[in-house]
Design a binder for this molecule. Sequence first.
Ligand code: G4P
Ligand code: NA
Ligand code: NA
Length: 193
Amino acid sequence: MQLLEDRIRKDGKVREGNVLKVDSFLNHQMDVNLFREIGKEFQRRFAGEEITKILTIEASGIGIACVVAEIFNVPVVFAKKTQTKNIAGDVYTTKVESFTHGRVYDIIVSKEFLGKGDKVLLIDDFLANGKALEGLATLVQDSGAELVGAGVVIEKGFQIGGKLLRDRGIHLESLAIVDGMDDKTGEITFRKQ
Ligand code: G4P
Ligand code: NA
Ligand code: NA
């Protein structure tokens, strides 16, 4: 998506350790006009698919998922992250391992909000090692809902997540795929799509 790549080049900051900071428009301050264009692009890429629900994960996926849900005119649910051992109530839950943060956490969704008959599109801001989206896909599977696909704003193409999800047969659409970053020059290389 050209508009998004241009914005990443203009306002993204390349940090040591292959980290891309996009706090001015995606991860802290949020440019909802850009979000709307992103939502429309997901609509084009998933055209012809029946989608009845958007599922994301807290925290930074929520903003983008809400705008996408408005465009698809469907409800949006976010999985909650918790480290509580005893989860009260009727929930689907699975473990997610964060390499970046070096910890394992549980994600949960109430059975009330996900289940048989739902046709689910996963939305997230970043795809790195893919553990968060894999966890969400597992929750969808456990609930008996149908997984239509996954839409990601920025995929780090040099990390394993994209391959993991595609190999699992998930229809993944990433609007910008970063294949390389140089923290000395600030140069960012995008994959041709
Ligand atoms: P993954 O396996 O789910 O892909 O995530 P990973 O543990 O590799 O990354 C941990 C967190 O860092 C994720 O957010 C992910 O979105 C985010 N992340 C990974 N690489 C980058 C990057 O280069 N730039 C930015 N801005 N974020 C990155 P999280 O901690 O799960 O979610 P949240 O609490 O921030 O929403
Ligand atoms: Na994040
Ligand atoms: Na996220």
